[in-house]
Design a protein around this ligand. Structure first.
Ligand code: CA
Length: 200
C-alpha cells in the first residue's frame, strides 16, 4: 500500500517513513500544505497521514479542499493539538481518524491499517486470489491447496499486494511502478519484470 505523509517536522517524518517502510508500506513524504495537497490530488495513494500545523496551508484546509473536490481516500490527521475543538473540526472536515501527538508508533500503524481496511469496505487479514494467499502479518505467500509458503521480500510483497487487491484486472506497467516504486524512482521496466518473474 502506498501512503502520503504530510509532516513538516523532518525528524518525525523520517522516523515515521522508516517505520512504515519496515511495515512494508510505500511512503512518500511531503513537507508543506500545498505540496501535500498537490501530491494527494494525484490519486496515487491508499491513505494520507496529514499533520495539522503545516507551512503554507494548515492540515484542516488541505483536508477541506480535498474532500470538497470529491477525494475519498482515507485520511488520518496528526497533531500536537489534542483539544476537543480540533478533533471535532478534523472529523467533521472528513478525517477518518485523529491521532494526537505524541503517539506510539504501534498505534499509528494500527490506525493506518484500520482506516485503509475501512476504505475498502471489508476487513482483510490475508489477501487471496486464484488459490494463493498473502499474509499481511509476515509477508508470506501460501499455496492454499498444498499449504506450501514462501516469505516475500519487501518489493515482492508490495507488488503481490497490488495484484491481489485488483484481482482479474490488467494493470499497466506504469501503474505498478508508481504503486510499488513511487514517482521519483529510477525503477525501469525490466526491474519490474524481474520482480514479476520472482513472483511467478
Ligand atoms: Ca507540524
Amino acid at each position: 500500500m502506498r501512503i502520503l505523509l504530510v509532516e513538516d517536522e523532518k525528524n518525525l517524518s523520517a522516523a515515521v517513513c522508516r517505520l512504515l517502510q519496515q511495515e512494508r508500506f510505500v511512503v512518500d513524504p511531503a513537507y508543506t500544505g500545498p505540496e501535500g495537497l498537490d501530491c494527494a490530488l494525484t490519486g496515487a495513494y491508499d491513505a494520507v497521514i496529514l499533520d495539522v500545523m503545516l507551512p503554507g496551508m494548515d492540515g484542516f484546509t488541505v483536508l477541506e479542499r480535498l474532500r470538497a473536490g470529491g477525494f475519498r481516500t482515507p485520511v488520518m490527521m496528526l497533531t500536537a493539538r489534542g483539544d476537543l475543538q480540533d478533533r471535532i473540526r478534523g472529523l467533521e472536515g472528513g478525517a477518518d481518524y485523529y491521532l494526537p501527538k505524541p503517539f506510539q508508533m504501534g498505534e499509528l500503524v494500527a490506525c493506518l491499517r484500520a482506516i485503509t481496511r475501512r476504505g475498502e469496505g471489508a476487513p482483510v487479514m490475508a489477501l487471496s486470489f486464484a488459490g494463493v494467499s498473502l499474509s499481511e502479518k509476515d509477508a508470506s505467500l501460501t499455496n492454499d491447496a498444498t499449504g506450501q509458503s514462501v516469505k516475500l521480500g519487501a518489493k515482492e510483497y508490495q507488488l503481490m499486494e497490488v495484484f491481489l487487491r485488483n484481482p482479474g484486472q490488467i494493470l499497466p506497467k506504469e501503474t505498478l511502478i508508481e504503486r510499488v516504486w513511487g514517482y521519483d524512482s529510477e525503477a525501469e521496466y525490466n526491474n519490474l519484470e524481474v520482480y514479476v518473474s520472482f513472483l511467478r
